[in-house]
Design a protein around this ligand. Structure first.
Ligand code: NA7
Length: 545
């Protein structure tokens, strides 16, 4: 361990939505903070994911900070679903407006964090060789921030350009006249494919699993539209705090199984044409919990695909099967299926023609060589736990977090790992995180953490920890809830199933954003039930706080 050069109350990792809000809240609460960001700019996920077509899949009104009325009023979103670039500019604006940049050290990665049990301090080492001592460690390093490599033989031999969507380069990438291959058809692939079709010489899509893509109905926003939302914005935000998905979307109580075919058809046509906030998930109460109810949506969308895609053998390959609708995050796209009617777009179904290897000229599948000038890996992320396990984190007794999580990530209340005191996880394992509105989830977590740190300061506590029993109970609860849904029927990143060797444990809490928020507040109000709070020996002897 190097020389400790600096001491502060909290070290924050990341300068995305979560990191920026953590900096603001903790600084405003009077804590001395230091943030680190591996990139050279603000934006987190939106900094790294500047691939063509990248945009958020929640409406801008919901996917934005709610903490400042002035910010809400002054920032004019230009589209219903803003692009990655617009989101990055928004976050840059937030950083400047609230003077957050001065707290961030850019181009600096946190390599390790070790808990000093005698002092109740984290000793945090960064890529510039420095060490910071901090009472609290807040890794706000993102749930989708560690790109998953494609695990294909020979990728290093490819002689053309190659990019991962999650690490899109900062230089201008030219597509015109090139033969481009996209591997992966999750949200990133679907967006990239729509953006590149017609913009390059030829686009080849390598699809392992066909996904459900529903219309986005993205559109430009007019001043009148913005004013309409602003008129009831406060109310919208308050409702969002108590709902399941953290957005002001009313959930129905009716079952799809009680609906007449005509009613159902009307509802689904409306969902397809008008694209409400939660789309098909908002049509009936049991879409994500009952196989038969779910099958009605799945078949409706398959019907649309058959109609949109002209060539039946191509349409057939695009039909999502083998997992229920919604259990892998549905993708948004207004032109996705029609792209396959173009002569300059080819779909390769990896189920029938698996990739054998990448070669200097392109990709060899079971059906032969496909020559390419550019390869785009849209192969996803080591989600939820990946960013934290990339840091060498050691808790009480020098125990490593990676060992502790070897059989799957575990937390109590989605906020703390037993024997890793004073380390708060943000929107990670055991919290609703990506299964609710991420910006709401982030604000809720950071507000809770700030309150906890303030209470500790007031009471002179220097350590907060939890126990394995509490983790067991909480994670069991997470599993009990998911078993009442269809989510376990898909090999999704929620389950870690997309990363070879990663334990298959469903990590997000599915009990709903509103219920989760209530539970966290109750725990705090009850004196941090399930947590243990204490003072360091040093503080006790000195009578210090
Ligand atoms: P996803 O949703 O994890 O999608 C990754 C895609 O890449 C998916 O189609 C995978 O197929 C495919 N993939 C992964 N590895 C391979 C290999 N080795 N060969 C072929 N195909 C592969 O990541 P995204 O970045 O699109 O989206 C992540 C989230 O960001 C999204 O849910 C939104 O919340 C925003 P598979 O399905 O595993 O068969």
């Amino acid at each position: 361990m190097g020389t400790t050069t600096e001491t502060c109350d909290a070290v924050i990792v990341g300068a995305g939505f979560a990191g920026l809000y953590a900096i603001k809240r903790l600084r405003d609460a009077g804590f001395k903070i230091q943030a680190f960001e591996a990139g050279d700019g603000i934006g987190g996920t939106w900094y790294w994911n500047q691939y063509p077509g990248a945009r958020v899949d929640l409406e801008c009104w919901d996917y934005s900070y709610s903490f400042s009325r002035e910010l809400q009023d002054e920032w004019d979103w230009t589209e219903r679903y803003p692009t990655a670039r617009e989101l990055m500019h928004y976050l840059e604006h937030v950083a400047d407006r609230f003077k957050l940049r001065e707290h961030i050290r850019f181009n600096t990665r946190v390599d390790s964090a070790e808990f000093d049990e005698n002092a109740d301090m984290w000793r945090i080492r960064t890529s510039d060789g420095k060490t910071v001592a901090a009472r609290f460690f807040v890794p706000a390093s993102g749930v989708l921030s560690v790109p998953k490599p494609p695990e294909i033989a020979g990728i290093e031999t490819f002689k053309g350009e190659a990019y991962h969507t999650g690490r899109w380069p900062k230089h201008d990438v030219k597509f015109e006249g090139k033969r481009i291959g996209v591997i992966g058809t999750g949200s990133s692939g679907v967006q990239t494919i729509q953006a590149l079709a017609g913009k390059c010489k030829h686009l080849t899509v390598f699809q392992r699993t066909a996904v459900f893509v529903v219309p986005a109905k993205n559109h430009a926003l007019t001043p009148a539209m913005r004013e309409r939302v602003r008129a009831t914005y406060a109310e919208r935000r308050e409702i969002s705090k108590i709902t399941r998905f953290g957005i002001a979307a009313a959930m129905p109580s009716e079952s799809a199984l009680d609906a007449t075919p005509e009613e159902m058809q009307m509802k689904y046509e409306n969902a397809w044409t008008n694209s409400q906030l939660l789309g098909f998930r908002q049509c009936y109460a049991d879409i994500l919990s009952n196989d038969d109810a779910n099958a009605t949506v799945a078949e409706f969308i398959r019907g649309k695909i058959r109609k949109i895609v002209h060539k039946p053998h191509v349409a057939q390959k695009l039909l999502p099967t083998g997992f229920p609708f919604g259990t892998k995050r549905p993708c948004l796209g207004d032109t996705y299926y029609s792209v396959y009617n173009r002569d300059d777009v080819t779909l390769v179904d990896l189920k029938t023609a698996p990739i054998e290897r990448v070669v200097p000229e392109g990709i060899v599948t079971a059906e032969g060589l496909i020559e390419l000038d550019m390869l785009i890996y849209a192969t996803g992320y080591d989600a939820l736990s990946g960013a934290l396990t990339r840091i060498d984190v050691r808790g009480v007794g020098g125990a490593r977090l990676t060992d502790k999580w070897a059989d799957g990530a575990r937390t109590y209340l989605g906020l703390m790992v037993a024997s890793f005191p004073n380390l708060f996880t943000v929107t990670g394992p055991g919290s609703p995180g990506p299964l609710a509105n991420m910006s709401m989830s982030i604000e809720q977590h950071i507000d809770w953490i700030t309150r906890c740190m303030e209470d500790m300061r007031k009471n002179g506590w220097t350590r907060i920890d939890t126990s394995s029993d509490q983790e067991d109970k909480w994670m069991q609860g997470v599993q009990d809830i998911v078993k009442r849904t269809l989510y376990l029927k898909a090999d999704s990143w929620y389950l870690g199933a997309n990363v070879p060797g990663k334990p298959k444990v469903f990590l997000p809490y599915l009990g709903g954003h509103g219920n989760y928020r209530k539970k966290c507040d109750e725990v705090a109000a009850a004196g941090y039930e399930g947590f243990t709070l204490s003072k360091t020996k040093q503080a006790k002897t000195a009578g210090a706080t």
